[in-house]
Design a protein around this ligand. Sequence first.
Ligand SMILES: [Zn+2]
Length: 301
Amino acid sequence: MAFIIIDLEFNNLSGIHKCIPNVYNDNPGLKNLELDNEIIEIGAVKLDAHMQPCEELKVYIKPSVIPIINPKILEITKINIKDLENGVGFVEGINKLKEMVDEGDIICSWAKDDIAEIIRNANYYGYDDLSWIDNYLDIQEYVTKILGYRKSLSLKNALKALKIKVNEDLLHDALNDCIYTAHVFKNMYNSRAVKNYIVEDIFKMPALEVRSLEGVELNYEKINQICPKCKKKLEVDYPFSIVGWRFISLGTCSKCNSRVLDELIVKKSLCGEEIYKEVATVIDEYDYLRYENKLKNKVYN
Ligand SMILES: [Zn+2]
């Protein structure tokens, strides 16, 4: 069993109008691209069973979806446009990554975005040979939890926390980021603990934040609304309503009379299924009134 740490660089149009003011007028086609993030570089490091690096990959992908390279991206990644012009096609690039993977190996990345983008780019090209991403580990999630941080650590801060020397000029290069991630992972590696973080069905994992909750129709069959103290069904005082980044509902327990704040976070799996994370908390009367005010304002505005 080996770990294959991957890191990608993308081209996208984020903030491009600041560098090229008329870009959307001059290129009307840019407004309806089918891919937001086009992979332009794949980096990977394979760690063997003794956590020793045994294989590396660095490959540029010739852009073919987004016709303009965002100058900001070139600045951050320090990628030379010539390297992109000489790059390989997406399918050839992804096949090189696939060749590194043997049965039972675990694909790893720092945060889930890269793995989500591999799947999105693959879907765009009609490339459906992704069975090699069988087992997956989010090293960011693992390291953040093991180090006891509540907020997801950036790679830079993880390196800092572990006192690993970094040449900042080398960050944001796909292969170097893999090598740094490998350092962090080796430092924090514990074979028993890691097992709890390996995802076996990657397409069902709740990977993607749902950006706009406005269009979400809640499926009440997947929602419990029970009292955290006595597990009894709540009397709902205010049904779920969007407040910021989540839905909230207020209820009262008919058995123990607790006031309960029920929060619902909606995420999407890579195959598009909506996944709910519901957290019910007993709150005091003061907090109840505070949330009640928020919900009342929502209803009457
Ligand atoms: Zn109760």
